[in-house]
Design a protein around this ligand. Structure first.
Ligand code: ATP
Ligand code: MG
Ligand code: MG
Length: 548
């Protein structure tokens, strides 16, 4: 059973097992295949699959594929890939609400026969208006008292495709004056002449979420149907259907707070627009909060799981600082990523006293905390690159990196001193003339003299050019406005560096594991990368430098 990471839902599950109310726990993760999964879904996945794992039960992956106008096979495939990537496995328990269409339909006829459902000819707008408000009761539809025979006939003809979209709906006959608006004769079926990815053109009517969801849970024997807080007000309706229908089990719905993150919008409507309107390169753009985006960006699944664990499960909505996710990513990568050197914005250095044509190999460690990760060789020669930022011609007081006359250490190599600055006609620095001290090989001076900075570098001839993509928050506003999100987009969310230099060890590796580029952050090879044209994504910087 679960000890660590307890929350009110796990407490309920534990109590139900202890009391014998259930002998085994069955949960489900029920995505609608109308988009890619995002990190909010990961929270729900972690909860549902996590509970099943911890309590020895099972978790179904069920596609809530009841609205074919928005659903696509691409999404069905990506959702499965993303759940697996997160580290969860549904085994044989893959289901589709569309597999239950026949049974749901029969049950709907049953409701009609029991006088509990009717066909309404009002328009969608008329229905909306007649449902009233929180302070004003709804009004009965003029079609509410149709006979069972007339309702059955019309419903069967809806099914047969005799009527156009929107002409009629099937509604539950509950109570138009109920305090809970969800109980004011909710819609069960809509006419939709649409091709369904799984059932093709068989169906001309499709069940609503409210009608399909609980019954699907009941068919699958779900014990704990966990959803987000917006559905709390739907619970009486969830129970109403289960009470009225001859379902094989009566699951219970529990609600928890959805994940909200600063600088992020987790709404499929917004994410779909970002993709469709070209604000990002696709669902897996590394700036997207989608699982596919996190993956492409180099975020390890273990970091996502750790994040989900840390934020916990609560009954009240809140907004989590995206810094918490970044913290989990850094922790995991610091532990696992091999160290490499890359120069993002190169500045050429010529070591004047190093013999022309000579090359030597120096040894660099792959992970400071993991000797088993071993070492690698890095070539050192007369021409090198350092980071432009690591040199200042007229430095302020506390600048300890390279400047004229100042001595610094090149990581794993030698002490160097800057003797001269070469500029182009525009006055820009294009090259530094330096000298090295051969006695400092490996990085220490025999005479005990100290330097205040250690800098990364690469050999000019033995390094390779790469494109590096630096990502910043997609939104510049800590709480972006979902209704007008384009106004909050960060114009600097992507910065592309086209002539970065990387170690040959990076280019030659066929591993897709993220690496630490020393002093720069964590990076991963991008899907766009080819052997001739290398592309890397910055997963995250070493420190939290984002201006908040
Ligand atoms: P959206 O509201 O963004 O369109 P959705 O909730 O309709 O998303 P579904 O595919 O229906 O998307 O979601 C599948 C499951 O994931 C649901 O149980 C839903 O409650 C849960 N879920 C969706 N968003 C979040 C979130 N931000 N935090 C936690 N769980 C979420
Ligand atoms: Mg939904
Ligand atoms: Mg939703």
């Amino acid at each position: 059973t679960a000890e660590a990471g307890r929350d009110f839902i796990r407490d309920i599950v534990q109590a139900d097992l202890d009391s014998g109310r259930h002998t085994t726990v069955v949960t489900r993760f029920p995505p609608e295949p109308n988009g890619y999964l995002h990190i909010g879904h990961a929270k729900s996945i972690g909860l549902n699959f996590g509970i099943a794992q911890e309590f020895g039960g099972r978790c179904n992956l069920r596609f809530d594929d009841t609205n074919p106008t928005r659903e696509e096979q691409e999404y069905i495939d990506s959702i499965q890939a993303d759940v697996r990537w997160l580290g969860y496995d549904w085994g044989d328990n893959l289901f589709f609400a569309s597999d239950y269409f026949e049974r749901l339909y029969d049950w709907a006829e049953g409701l009609i026969k029991a006088g509990l459902a009717y066909v309404d000819d009002q328009t969608q707008e008329e229905i909306r208006l007649s449902r009233g408000t929180l302070t004003e009761p709804g009004k009965n539809s003029p079609f509410r008292d149709r006979t069972v025979e007339e309702n059955l006939d019309l419903f069967r003809r809806m099914k047969a495709g005799e009527f156009p979209n929107g002409a009629r709906v099937l509604r539950a006959r509950i109570d138009m004056t109920a305090g809970n608006i969800n109980l004011r004769d909710p819609v069960l079926y809509r006419i939709m002449h649409a091709h369904h990815p799984r059932t093709g053109d068989t169906w001309k009517i499709y069940p609503s979420y409210d009608y399909a969801h609980g019954q699907s849970d009941a068919i699958e024997g779900i014990t704990h149907s966990i959803c987000t807080l917006e559905f709390e007000d739907h619970r009486p309706l969830y129970d109403w259907f289960l009470d009225k229908l001859p379902v094989p089990s009566h699951p219970h719905q529990y609600e928890f707070a959805r994940l909200n993150l600063t600088y992020t919008l987790l709404s499929k409507r917004v994410l779909t627009r970002l993709v469709q309107d070209g604000h990002v390169s696709g669902w897996n753009d590394p700036r997207m909060p989608t699982v596919a985006g996190l993956k492409r960006r180099g975020v390890p699944p273990a970091a996502v799981r750790e994040f989900i664990k840390r934020i916990g499960i609560a009954k009240a909505n809140s907004i989590v600082d995206v810094g918490m996710l970044e913290f989990c990513i850094r922790e995991e990568l610091n532990r696992t990523a091999l160290r490499r050197m890359a120069v993002l914005r190169p500045l050429k250095v010529v070591i004047e006293n190093y013999p022309e044509g000579q090359v030597e190999e120096l040894e660099a460690i792959n992970h400071p905390d993991d000797p088993a990760a071993g070492t690698r060789k890095i070539a050192f020669g007369r021409e090198l690159y350092i980071e432009q930022d690591d040199f200042m011609e007229t430095p302020p007081k506390k600048f300890f990196r390279l400047s004229p006359g100042n001595e610094v250490r090149l990581r794993y190599a030698y002490f160097i001193k800057c003797r001269d600055v070469v500029k182009n006609d525009a006055g820009e620095i294009v090259e530094l003339r330096c000298t090295y001290d051969p006695a400092t090989r490996g990085g220490n001076a025999p005479d005990g003299r100290k330097v205040k900075a250690t800098m990364h570098w690469l050999p000019a001839a033995q390094s390779r050019t790469a494109e590096i993509r630096i990502y910043n928050q997609l939104f510049a506003n800590p709480s972006p406005n979902a209704a007008d999100f384009t106004a909050d987009l960060n114009p600097n969310s992507l910065e592309v560096l086209t002539d970065a230099r990387i170690e040959p060890a990076i280019a030659e590796s066929d591993s897709d594991a993220p690496m630490q580029f020393e002093r720069q952050g964590y990076f991963v090879r991008d899907a766009d990368s080819t052997p001739d044209s290398l592309v890397f994504n910055r997963t995250i910087g070493l420190r939290d430098t984002f201006a908040k």
